[in-house]
Design a binder for this molecule. Structure first.
Ligand code: ZN
Length: 544
């Protein structure tokens, strides 16, 4: 046989037992056809020889929870993150400068705003935004994705009066006099505004997705799951996603968590699992897959909208709200479960996590199903008793490990206190129980980088340099598996990807060094040199 490519002369981490240190990999028609344990005979032929030159070949990263669509949109929005914006006046000046560039009446849309990182450690209010932007509607989304701040022009544009009633699952921030203060809490409230901001065309959205996907390729990702298709622009998100994949502008193997609201009305209404999967396959010309139906049962810890059993550390009497009443929630879960769907539910706070477990166990008790792979997303503050139940009912999860670095200090000091903070994202406890799990960045909530997530799980270091929960660290090898082979298991594609084995897809990342041999503290700085999908080099780092 003549191979399309032979990859050789480096470290090959297969993640397959009994195949620890092969010498080369042969690829044909996008699949791994041969893994050589010993030297390759000189008679073997290939069209292309990829010389690793001592570098390391690993299975391509499988990212099981991020928001590619949201990230794609943010790349064309105003960066309101800290840094570079250190305080409220920096942010107000940034917005004022934007008003000079745009005609009156045009929207200013920003992302990355983080009240607790600003020097003043508080939100920016509507009247402050009004001073710098009296003639432009302003919508700045909080870093959590679950909150936003807006000005009077935006409220006026969206016909939201001060007397507006709070929808279920969210609320409008109010000052002492009862007037709206411009802070929006949770997605049902954010939607009231986001639905009114003029949308780009699907063609423009596809171009934005193409650019965003390229950033993922740079990180060695070959399979990616958008964790809430329909969150910001409802069905247009679906259309843009499938078009980007069908046209090969997005070369990633894509999986979609479809927001449950898209199944409640519109073109996808009432589809069961196999109908929805067939629809996605058709629309993506066979490249995209249904992952699950997505629901939310709380918000974000750093936005005080996660639902906790105990109160917040610096706000003891407040513990956040569940999105759905338990009875309604159980009904939704039962319905999707009985339609054959795999379900994924966002739960950060332990009260929400318990509520999700109750809904799953209720559905599973009535209609038992093996290998259902229902998931709890983030699982940040799960207690041992929650994990035990998850083990009993084989509930899977993906942990938001990057929180340890990005918010760990503030979780200890403001949101959760030292004890609960040290038990956050309990990776070792999850692994010890044999739960099916992965790790994630939740990009764009934190930057996309599987190597960074591996680093975070192995080191559990905060921004200020503290170790948060030594006993919940896992080994680099274990963390690497969670971003590759465990991802394949969670996705139910273990036969296709996740390790380097004959018969699997030729999806790889090439790293500059062997991450199993470097000091764990260095892992986030390891460079990805090349990404290969179906045997095709889709990214190559320029080495100056
Ligand atoms: Zn998410």
């Amino acid at each position: 046989m003549r191979y399309d490519q032979i990859i050789y002369n480096g470290n090959i981490i297969t993640l397959e037992e009994g195949l620890e240190r092969p010498v080369a990999v042969g690829v044909k028609e996008g699949s791994i056809k041969k893994v050589w344990k010993e030297e390759i005979r000189s008679s073997i032929k290939a069209d292309e020889w990829i010389d690793l030159d001592g570098r390391t070949l690993i299975p391509g990263f499988i990212d099981t929870h991020n928001h590619l669509f949201m990230y794609a949109r943010q790349k064309v929005q105003l960066n309101c993150s800290t840094p570079p914006n250190l305080n409220i006046s920096d942010l107000l000046e940034l917005i004022r400068l934007e008003t000079e560039k745009l005609p009156d009446g045009e929207w200013i849309v920003g992302y990355g705003y983080d009240d607790t990182l600003l020097e003043e450690s508080r939100h920016i209010f509507r009247h402050e935004l009004d001073k710098v932007a009296p003639h432009h509607p302003v919508f700045i989304r909080h870093i959590s994705g679950h909150l936003a701040i807006i000005n009077s022009k935006a409220l006026e544009y969206c016909d939201i009066p001060d007397s507006v009633k709070d929808p279920s699952g969210g609320h409008f921030g109010r000052g002492e006099s009862g007037f709206l203060n411009g802070i929006l809490y949770e997605l049902p409230v954010l939607e009231r505004v986001m639905n009114r901001i003029p949308r780009p065309s699907v063609v423009e959205l596809v171009t934005q997705l193409e650019k965003a996907a390229h950033d993922y390729l740079k990180e060695g990702i070959t399979t990616s799951t958008d964790a809430a298709v329909g969150l910001d622009l409802d069905f247009d998100e679906y259309r843009a996603h499938v078009e980007a994949v069908a046209s090969r502008k997005n070369p990633l193997h894509m999986r979609y968590m479809i927001l449950y609201s898209l199944l409640e009305n519109g073109e996808l209404e009432g589809l069961n699992k196999s109908e929805l999967h067939s629809r996605i396959q058709k629309d993506t010309e066979g490249r995209g897959k249904l992952d699950s139906v997505k629901l939310f049962q709380d918000g974000s810890i750093q936005g005080y909208t996660a639902a906790l059993r105990g109160g917040y550390y610096k706000n003891e009497n407040y513990n956040g709200d569940l999105v759905h009443k338990q009875e309604d929630f159980n009904n939704y879960i039962e319905k999707y479960h009985n339609q054959g769907h795999r379900i994924a539910i966002h739960g950060n706070g332990d009260l929400a996590i318990a509520s999700i477990i109750e809904a799953y166990t209720n559905a599973l008790d009535k209609n038992p199903k093996r290998d259902h792979k229902h998931r709890i997303e983030h699982l940040q503050t799960a207690k041992a008793e929650d994990l035990d139940l998850m083990q009993d009912y084989e509930i899977a999860t993906s942990l938001f490990i990057n929180h340890i670095y990005y918010w760990g200090d503030r979780h200890r000091e403001i949101f959760l206190g030292p004890e609960r903070a040290s038990q956050m994202n309990p990776t070792a406890s999850v692994a010890r129980r044999g739960l099916l799990y992965t790790l994630h960045s939740d990009c764009p909530i934190t930057p996309i980088s599987p190597l960074f997530s591996i680093w975070a799980a192995a080191n559990r270091i905060t921004r200020d340099g503290h170790v948060l929960g030594e006993e919940e660290k896992v080994s680099v090898q274990e963390a690497l598996k969670s971003m590759t082979i465990y991802g394949a298991r969670l996705n139910g594609t273990e036969e296709e990807n996740g390790s380097i084995k004959e018969g699997k897809r030729a999806d790889f990342a090439v790293l500059e060094t062997n991450l199993l041999h470097v000091d764990p503290i260095m892992i986030k700085d390891v460079e990805v040199d090349m990404t290969i999908i179906d045997g095709e080099v889709v990214y190559q780092r320029e080495i100056s």
